[in-house]
Write a protein that binds this ligand. Structure first.
Ligand SMILES: [Zn+2]
Length: 104
C-alpha cells in the first residue's frame, strides 16, 4: 500500500495518537501546528461521552480550516511541509476515486 494512503488511517479516530504527538499537520490546508491548538473533536455523543474508548476514538478537526484531515507525528510519520503537500495531493486523488463513474 502507498505510504500516503497508509497515513490516511491516522486522520480519523486519532485522539490517542495526537495526544502523544508533538507536531500535527492538516492534509487539507497544509498548516503545521501543535496538538494544543486543536480545539474541535468529532465522534462523541451524549451516550458515549464518558466512555474512554470513545474518547480515544475521537477525530481531530483542523484549527485552521475545520477539516477532519489532521495527522500527528505520534503515528510515526514525520510532519513536514513536504509530507503534508504530498498528503494533500493524495487527499484530492482519494476524493476523485470516490466520485461516481462518468456515464459513457
Ligand atoms: Zn486545515
Amino acid at each position: 500500500m502507498n505510504e500516503l494512503l497508509a497515513a490516511y488511517r491516522y486522520t480519523t479516530n486519532n485522539y490517542a495518537q495526537i495526544e502523544k504527538s508533538k507536531r500535527c499537520g492538516c492534509c487539507n490546508c497544509v498548516q503545521i501546528f501543535k496538538p494544543d491548538a486543536i480545539v474541535g473533536w468529532t465522534g462523541l455523543t451524549v451516550q458515549n461521552m464518558d466512555d474512554p474508548k470513545a474518547i480515544n476514538e475521537q477525530t481531530a478537526m483542523c484549527p485552521h480550516c475545520g477539516s477532519e484531515a489532521v495527522i500527528g507525528d505520534g503515528c510515526g510519520f514525520l510532519i513536514t511541509p513536504d509530507f503534508l503537500s504530498r498528503m494533500n495531493e493524495a487527499w484530492f486523488q482519494r476524493t476523485m476515486i470516490h466520485r461516481p463513474a462518468a456515464k459513457k
